[in-house]
Structure formats: structure tokens, C-alpha cells
Write a protein that binds this ligand. Structure first.
Ligand code: AMP
Ligand code: MG
Length: 519
């Protein structure tokens, strides 16, 4: 544990709330509030990420020690740790919501590794903070487990994300009304230690702009650039413009990646968008099973479907517009902000096209491929085809005799499979003609596709099965999923079950296709 060296730049360089204690309040002219985690009565280590521990310089023995559980449950501090909750605001579901802040996340400080990598450590679910409003600052095992498994899985998929060091059961019960239907019940509590180079969100800037605290807004922008974007040079003025453009570039890349793997965030409020372009705040997220641009896992958004799969890139752009508006008072050259937003559109469109070409195994994207892709998306949707299994299967299709054999396991409905067979076959022959034009050996195409299209993703029903077992004290599926999701592009003998499509029982089961924010 001695390996952890802290250098807490955020609290050193930004002003603290002058009030102390965790009672709810509006916090003005401050980046954060000092707050202590609420101790957990009987903490136990449920799971941990060996990769994240290694990146921090923690040994196996460190992780297995009593001290580790105590520290990452929030019961004890290491030398150099300082605990605080950060002030931010946000647009929630398109409406300015005012102050939000770390309502149940408590930062432990910033670790700098010997190679110079900076990692903020944060406990999610460690009790009330000044930003908890009327909520309890806690988290339940099911949501903590989902965040822990998914954030590490995303990392291994190559999708930019915050990370997770460990999942700890607190030994406490937390009351939640999971479906908001008037049936609250006690659930086991848990804490995740999240890790990221920075947890700063769009909403950190928006809150200062909304309060017309431009001095602090400038300080936060310049601090963020200095600490998190050291590659940007130039005058302070050009640096700010370049920085906004860089945020747009990274956000565009993130959107391409989510669409590639079929990840639906579920709550793309501006407080849930990372300034580093990382996936952050895993709540009612989900993975697309049967391909459907209209799908959202979030029951709270079931009517409007604002954050549905197909709309994620457009929402990211909307969120960047809110960020640009917040920055307007401190950026002299307003056209720079407009340029950044245009860059988002350009980068997303190029990146998306290249991503689609890679998913289909083409050497490069051609504009006429748009029709092929459009038809495929319509067919996958209408014929209820599993996105992940279809693209894996497509790699195995023999271009000389295209047929549905290799994608057989991807269908959810036998009737629809029959109904759409002629159109799908027609599509496959068009695909085969196009793919053959590249003139590359089949093995090359397959290899390109199988490193772009994952075989294993954290399907919603798998996470739910891991939760059901964990609530009985059985953590084996968590560990098995962790292990398999480390190599999501490689078939792993003996683990075929974890690549299977959603079973029928999970179609409408809460937790498997529908999730609420009650975490
Ligand atoms: P989310 O949309 O889940 O990212 O959360 C929106 C806001 O609600 C953030 O300010 C969170 O910190 C806060 N929040 C969510 N759940 C809780 C909770 N159980 N206790 C306190 N604050 C919470
Ligand atoms: Mg959030």
C-alpha cells in the first residue's frame, strides 16, 4: 500500500467550500467540499481488478490485506489521502438542473505512479455528502456490481472508460424501491472504488457559468488543461480553443465506440459526460441484444427515449453545445467553439464510417456502402437479430456460398427468421460481392472483423445472473465474467454460454432489459 503516492492537485489548486459537514446545501465559489466517508460496519472484498491494481502499483498481497478492505470501504485513510466531494451541475433530460455534485461519490485523492500516470481514486456509495440532496449517498450491490464489471469490460474492449479497482460489500442494508412502484426493500450495500485520470464532467464547468462565477470557471478550465491536457501548448487563449476542440474530438471517438459495441449509456445528462471523453457513471446502462436503434434500458426514459441507442451521438453533440455555451464568457474567439462543434460532426461521421467498414471487414469505407449498411440495419431490427452474434457470425460467412448458417444463433424469433430469410440472403449476396472486391484472403477479413466485433459483452441478463447469485453470497459468476471479459474478442473454450444471446426468460425481466435509476 506504500506504493500509493498522492499528489492532490484538484484540492490544492481550486477553492474549497468554507462550510464543513455533510448536510445538504448549495455550495458557492468552490470546486469541492471536504467530507468524510461514512464507515462500513462489516466490509468484505467481493472482487477486484488485477489490471487496475497493477497499474496503481499494488501487489496481490496488498489487495488481500485487511488494510485494503478497510481503506476502500472508506473506514481508514492512507497517508496523503484527502477526502472530498466535487461540486458540479448539469442538464438532466434536456433541462438545466442546477447544482448536482458528488452525491454519493467521495474522492480519496490523486495517485501519481512512478511512470507519471495520474489516477483519481473515488469511492462510490460511501455515504452522504453536501451534494446528496434528499438521497442517502449509498449504493446497492446490484448497481455497484454492474459498474465494477462493466467499466473493466469496456476497458478490455478498447472503449475509453473510467476504471474500477474493487468492489466491496459494506455489510449494511440499503433501502431501495427498485421499480419505483411503492415496494421498497432492503438490499445489500456496496462500494466501488472507481479510478480515472480525471472525474471532471461537462457539468463542472456549467455550474460556474450558470452562477456567473467566471473567475472560477477560468480557473477550472486552465487547471483542467494543465493537469489533464498537458499536450496542448500555445497561448492561454489558443489553448482554451484547442482544448474545447480536443474535448469534441474525444467525445466523437467515444460515440463511435459505443455504437460499435452496442453500449447504451442510458443517462447521458451533461453531468455524466467526462471531459476526457471516457464512459463515466454506469447507471441504467445496457447492451443491445436484438439490434434496435430505438432501444433504451432506462425505464425512467421509456416514454421520450431521449437516450436511446441511435440517438447517442446526437445527444453528445447537444451536450457539447451546452459545454460551449458555458465556456462562451471566457473564450474570446467565439468561432473557436463553433469550430469545435463542427469538428465533432466531422470526426464522428468519419470515425463512424470507418468503424462500420471495420465491422463489415472492408478495407475502407466507400460512400456507396451506406446503402448496404442502411439495409442491414433495417433487417437486423425488423428480423430481431442479435447484434453481437450477427457480426461475429458474418465474419465466418463463406463469400463464395453466402447463406445464413453462420448467423443462425443470432435470431430471436424463428418466425421472423423465416419471414426475412429471402431479404437477408439477398443482402448477404450483395455483401459478398462487395467484400470480394477488396481482394483479400478470407482469413484477413475475418481477423479484421473479429478484432472489431466482440464475442463477449456484459449482456444485461448475464449481469443480472451475477447479481442474483451475489445477493445469495455467491460471487463465482462475477469472477468468471471478469475473467472472460478480459479477452472479449477471443473465443474461450468452455465459456460458450457467456456468448449466448439473451434467453427468453430475460426478455422482459427487470434488470435484464429494463433498469431504473434506483441504484
Ligand atoms: P446520476 O444520474 O445517477 O449520475 O446522478 C445524478 C445526481 O444524483 C448526482 O449528483 C448523484 O451524485 C446524485 N445521486 C444519485 N444517487 C444518489 C444517492 N443514492 N445518494 C446521493 N446522491 C445520489
Ligand atoms: Mg452521475
Amino acid at each position: 500500500m506504500r506504493a500509493l503516492k498522492f499528489d492532490n492537485a484538484f484540492v490544492r489548486e481550486l477553492p474549497a467550500d468554507r462550510q464543513s459537514g455533510n448536510h445538504p446545501r448549495a455550495v458557492h465559489h468552490a470546486g469541492y467540499s471536504w467530507v468524510n466517508p461514512t464507515p462500513a460496519p462489516a466490509p468484505t472484498l467481493i472482487a477486484w481488478s488485477a489490471e487496475m491494481a497493477a497499474a496503481l502499483g499494488l501487489s496481490h498481497d496488498d489487495v488481500q490485506s485487511h488494510e485494503f478492505v478497510e481503506i476502500f470501504a472508506g473506514n481508514r485513510l492512507l497517508d496523503g489521502m484527502q477526502t472530498y466531494a466535487v461540486c458540479y451541475g448539469g442538464h438532466q433530460f434536456g433541462v438545466w438542473a442546477g447544482q448536482l455534485g458528488d452525491g454519493r461519490a467521495i474522492n480519496l485523492g490523486e495517485v501519481v505512479t512512478p511512470s507519471g500516470q495520474r489516477w483519481e481514486l473515488q469511492l462510490k456509495g460511501a455515504g452522504r455528502t453536501p451534494y446528496s440532496r434528499s438521497a442517502d449517498g449509498r449504493a446497492v450491490l446490484r448497481s455497484s456490481l454492474r459498474e465494477f464489471l462493466c467499466s473493466e469490460a469496456m476497458h478490455h474492449l478498447g472503449v475509453p472508460t473510467t476504471r474500477a479497482l474493487c468492489l466491496i460489500g459494506t455489510g449494511d442494508q440499503v433501502i431501495r424501491d427498485m421499480l419505483y412502484d411503492g415496494n421498497p426493500r432492503p438490499e445489500p450495500g456496496a462500494v466501488v472504488c472507481r479510478v480515472s485520470p480525471s472525474f471532471i464532467r461537462f457539468g463542472n464547468f456549467e455550474i460556474f457559468a450558470a452562477r456567473e462565477d467566471y473567475e472560477l470557471l477560468e480557473r477550472l478550465v486552465d487547471f483542467t488543461i494543465r493537469r489533464d491536457f498537458p499536450m496542448l501548448s500555445g497561448t492561454p487563449e489558443t489553448r482554451r480553443a484547442d482544448w474545447f476542440e480536443e474535448v469534441c474530438i474525444r467525445t466523437a471517438r467515444l460515440m463511435v465506440e459505443w455504437q460499435r459495441v452496442g453500449f447504451v449509456h442510458g443517462v447521458m445528462n451533461t453531468d455524466n459526460l467526462s471531459i476526457l471523453g471516457l464512459t463515466i457513471d454506469y447507471g441504467p446502462y445496457g447492451w443491445v441484444d436484438n439490434f434496435d436503434f430505438n432501444w433504451t434500458p432506462n425505464t425512467t426514459d421509456a416514454m421520450e427515449r431521449r437516450y436511446r441507442f441511435g440517438q447517442q451521438p446526437a445527444i453528445a453533440h447537444w451536450n457539447l453545445v451546452q459545454l460551449a455555451n458555458a465556456l462562451r464568457p471566457i473564450v474570446a474567439d467565439q468561432s473557436a467553439l463553433q469550430n469545435g462543434l463542427e469538428r465533432f460532426v466531422e470526426d464522428f461521421e468519419n470515425g463512424y464510417a470507418q468503424m462500420l467498414a471495420a465491422k463489415l471487414g472492408f478495407l475502407e469505407w466507400r460512400s456507396e456502402d451506406a446503402d448496404l449498411v442502411g439495409t442491414l440495419q433495417r433487417l437486423l431490427h425488423e428480423a430481431e437479430v442479435d447484434m453481437t452474434l450477427f457480426f461475429r457470425g458474418l465474419a465466418a460467412v463463406d463469400l463464395d456460398v453466402p447463406n445464413l448458417g453462420a448467423v443462425e444463433t443470432a435470431f430471436y424469433s424463428a418466425a421472423k427468421r423465416r419471414q426475412y430469410q429471402p431479404e437477408l440472403l439477398e443482402w448477404l449476396s450483395r455483401y459478398a460481392i462487395r467484400a470480394r472486391q477488396d481482394g483479400v484472403p478470407a482469413a484477413d477479413r475475418q481477423q479484421r472483423m473479429n478484432t472489431t466485433n466482440p464475442l463477449y459483452v456484459l449482456r444485461n441478463y448475464l449481469a443480472q445472473q451475477a447479481i442474483d447469485l451475489a445477493e445469495q453470497g455467491d460471487y463465482t459468476l462475477i469472477h468468471q465474467l471478469q475473467d472472460v471479459l478480459r479477452r472479449p474478442y477471443e473465443p474461450q473454450p468452455g465459456c460458450e454460454r457467456l456468448a449466448e444471446k439473451r434467453p427468453d426468460w430475460a426478455r422482459n425481466r427487470p434488470g435484464c432489459s429494463m433498469l431504473s435509476c434506483s441504484s
